[in-house]
Design a protein around this ligand. Structure first.
Ligand SMILES: Cc1cc2nc3c(=O)[nH]c(=O)nc-3n(C[C@H](O)[C@H](O)[C@H](O)COP(=O)(O)OP(=O)(O)OC[C@H]3O[C@@H](n4cnc5c(N)ncnc54)[C@H](O)[C@@H]3O)c2cc1C
Length: 286
């Protein structure tokens, strides 16, 4: 009798906090190391990410820690909560993994964890995943995001070759949140200050008003789901940008934690794609 192939559950990696650095008032850098990172591999993409695993309070996980065993043996509500973070840097020689966290208040798991992280703290994670790196075929690059996408935008800028044009729009709360973003590219970096306005409003305006340079663009647009949705419509329908030239998705959603956002994301994306297909084919959106 044929047996079902076992579902591959990714192995969890254990990282130890080596040091932290307050980059700006609302962005904290956590550098992980330790022997657990020995087999970690990242580098192909500039949007590599890991899924940090936060234990559910009161649940003791079987050791050795194995997500396959946990998923097979424990009810779903006892599985560790996942929170997704970009690999801002991975130094294989030093065995150091750098993650930058937006500190968005006392709510949530990952933001508050990073604020309190101290050398010696241990965190497990899955990954890395990833899908985007600035295409060497593009004539110019468009990078757009709120502060949650700033680590990926920073990593992308480091990969853009000398002289290649990039138009970059990053929205942060105010001038104190700006960071240095080194690049060899011919980058015009515009910092937009949100003040009290809704997240992403200034980004949508800026991209709408941008006169696109000549040639083929490769675009990376990420951050809060609502503005990402608006910009996707603009880029796909009004600017006629094909999907293969576009890395675009909501990284988080206002008023939802990551569990809530991830569980509704598929349906959210399905509706966007449906509306987009109707608009691109010229049929009225029902
Ligand atoms: C591929 C990918 C890469 C990402 N990379 C990064 C990264 O490098 N750095 C980073 O900081 N974030 C990144 N994010 C976003 C991050 O995963 C979410 O912001 C996540 O919800 C934070 O978890 P939490 O436990 O702090 O808050 P949650 O428990 O998920 O949410 C608690 C509350 O805080 C709100 N909230 C969540 N994030 C923010 C925010 N950024 N600003 C304001 N309010 C917020 C929620 O809407 C909710 O109301 C990434 C997401 C994805 C999908």
């Amino acid at each position: 009798m044929a047996t079902e192939p076992a579902r591959r559950v990714p192995r969890a990696t254990t990282g130890v906090v080596l040091r932290t650095e307050q980059l700006t008032p609302h962005m904290i850098r956590v550098v992980l190391g330790g022997e657990g990172l020995a087999g970690f591999g990242a580098g192909e993409y500039t949007d590599h990410y890991v899924k940090l695993l936060f234990p559910v309070p009161g649940v003791t996980y079987p050791e050795p820690f194995d997500m396959g065993v946990i998923r097979a043996e424990l009810p779903r509500e006892e599985w560790p909560k996942t929170r997704t973070y970009t690999v801002r840097a991975w130094d294989p020689e030093a065995g150091e993994l750098t993650l930058d966290f937006v500190c968005h208040g006392e709510e949530g798991l990952a933001g508050p964890w990073a604020t309190r992280a101290r050398p010696g703290d241990v965190i497990r994670f899955l990954g890395p995943g990833g899908a985007y790196a600035p295409s060497p075929d593009a004539d110019w690059h468009l990078l757009v995001g709120d502060e949650s996408a700033l680590p990926a935008i920073g990593a992308a800028l480091e990969r853009i070759p000398a002289g290649v044009p990039a138009r970059v729009f990053v929205e942060v709360e105010g001038p104190e949140e700006e960071q240095k973003l080194p690049t060899a590219g011919d980058a015009e970096i515009v910092w937009l200050h949100r003040g009290g306005a809704p997240v992403g409003e200034a980004l949508v305006r800026a991209v709408r008003e941008l006169t696109f340079p000549e040639g083929t663009v490769h675009a990376f647009v990420h951050g809060e789901a609502s503005f990402v949705k608006e910009l996707r419509r603009h880029l796909r329908v009004e600017r006629d940008l094909p999907l293969e030239r576009l890395s675009i998705s909501g990284y988080w959603r206002r008023g939802r934690d990551e569990d809530g956002w991830q569980s509704s994301k598929r349906e959210w994306n399905r509706r966007i794609e449906e509306e987009e297909a109707q608009e691109l084919s010229g049929s009225p959106v029902g």
